[in-house]
Design a protein around this ligand. Sequence first.
Ligand code: ATP
Ligand code: MG
Length: 269
Amino acid sequence: MNVASPSALIRLLGVTKVYGQGPAAFKALDGVDLQVQAGEFVAVMGPSGSGKSTAMNILGCLDTPTAGEYRFRGVRVDQLDRDARARLRRHHFGFVFQGFNLLARTSALENVELPLLYRGESAAARHALAREALASVGLQGWEGHTPGELSGGQQQRVAIARAIVTRPTVLLADEPTGNLDTQRGREIMALLVDLNHSRGITVLMVTHEPEMAAFAGRIVRFVDGRVADDRPNGAPTDTASAEAKPATTDADAGTGAAGPVVADLPEAC
Ligand SMILES: Nc1ncnc2c1ncn2[C@@H]1O[C@H](COP(=O)(O)OP(=O)(O)OP(=O)(O)O)[C@@H](O)[C@H]1O
Ligand SMILES: [Mg+2]
């Protein structure tokens, strides 16, 4: 169980999400309580339809709860208007999805530059920051390639570069290894762990794969729209990459994070 912490980066309290109305109404989240401290790496698991993506969308300000509280750094996000929520999202959240969600006929560099357009950076600054982000995910020299000219693992690296180019506080990754083979999945996990450790980015990652969850410092399990289990992670599984160490739940890791900047906008709010 979560002990209430006023300093939590993220706090959900009794969050409910109902889709549809009347007899067709469906409760996708049913009283979710969750706290995340700055610098944590949390894996979110659970059966299909248990509400994982719904919770991630609410956390990333892409959706709103039907009832309950969502606090980010103490601010009641559920009470913000649409514009304020969009600002919060742009300043603090980066998103990575299973399907990469890159623009097809657009170079890796331009894909990564995209969120920087939203904050009005000059072309020169956009190029420099995007090149740096691509280099940080191991894609130096691949800037001019379009997604079709890149492997799945490389495409996901571009998507991660796009998510971190704005230096978000929180990275929300919904099944980031779901379309990758095991080895490519491990490489992406090692990259996420490195971003968590070296930059202090708080990571929340949905996964169905225990091997990938083993990289996280904590595992939260959803069942039927509720948090059924929430515990610190143990050692990585036997089959996990020997090179990649699991993340810790060291709350101090978040102190190295860069200041708020505009985050990735995968779609209009
Ligand atoms: N926009 C929507 N309208 C109606 N129902 C929805 C909507 N989005 C999700 N749901 C329903 O809410 C429930 C939770 O969906 P959600 O996508 O959060 O599950 P999930 O845990 O991410 O599943 P998966 O592992 O398959 O991705 C499902 O039953 C789903 O059908
Ligand atoms: Mg999902």
